[in-house]
Design a protein around this ligand. Structure first.
Ligand code: ATP
Length: 233
């Protein structure tokens, strides 16, 4: 297993506002797999992803990433972990508005020890002709491709995506999913995708269904549908 989560518990607030969000999640994702995390609104999907990404801390439990325990790391160790291992993609692209596409990606390139080739990445993501543009001059899909390029330039081993197609139309969503599939094949990136969309479940290696802070169902797909063939996105 590339990712191993054991008895993950997480709560927020105190007294009347206390809420136990994750109630002891134990699961794992194999190296190089794409995994969909699904569940109804408020079930704890983003919290689960944020804890794995070191953006939030657990109450108790363990998270092993490539055999390394990340629970209990100090802030600077967590920053190193995120910098060296992780890429993040969110529903809203979080690009820096006064930097061009190229510059938005370069910000992360400088932080990386072994960055991917910028030209190759721009080519794969269909961004070459847009590299000198600012985010406001791009469509939603183009902005998301830029956000993906920014997450990928450092060649992260683990890519965490929170509703990556949540703000996109069906055609653009498919393009983004085809790209994620391509990246997974080409670089062997392990990818976690939080999603509300039932179609995405068909293209992934594994599905984890979270209900009320617990895993209600998890399974591996024996046959995967290529992103290109997905319907109802
Ligand atoms: N920082 C926080 N402080 C207090 N409560 C929080 C915090 N973050 C999340 N929650 C609560 O935890 C619960 C789970 O939230 P989470 O965002 O993980 O759910 P989700 O399954 O990703 O939902 P959605 O699909 O709507 O994004 C919700 O009830 C939410 O209000």
């Amino acid at each position: 297993m590339y990712l191993e989560v054991k008895s993950m518990k997480k709560s927020y607030g105190q007294n009347e506002s206390y809420i136990q969000v994750l109630k002891g999640i134990t699961t794992g994702v194999k190296r190089g797999h794409i995994c969909a995390i699904e569940g109804s609104s408020g079930s704890g999907k983003s919290t689960f992803l944020n804890c794995i990404g070191g953006l939030d801390t657990l109450d108790s439990g363990s998270i092993l990433v490539d055999g390394k325990e990340i629970v209990g790391l100090k802030q600077n160790e967590l920053s190193d972990y995120r910098r060296d291992n992780l890429g993040f993609i969110f529903q809203f692209y979080n690009l820096v508005p006064n930097l061009t596409v190229e510059e938005n990606i370069q910000v992360c390139e400088y932080l990386a020890e072994n960055p991917l080739d910028m030209e190759e990445l721009l080519d794969i993501l269909g961004l070459k002709e847009h590299q000198k543009k600012f985010p406001s001059q791009l469509s939603g899909g183009q902005q998301q491709r830029c956000a993906i390029a920014r997450a990928l330039i450092k060649n992260p081993k683990l890519l965490l995506c929170d509703e990556p197609t949540g703000a996109l139309d069906s055609k653009t969503s498919k393009d983004i999913l085809i790209l994620l599939e391509k990246i997974n094949k080409k670089y062997g990136t392990t990818i976690l995708i939080v999603t509300h969309n039932n179609s995405i479940k068909k293209m992934v290696h594994k599905v984890i269904d979270i209900k009320d802070g617990q895993i209600s169902k998890e399974y591996e797909n024996e046959i995967r549908v290529p992103a290109e063939k997905l319907e109802d996105l």
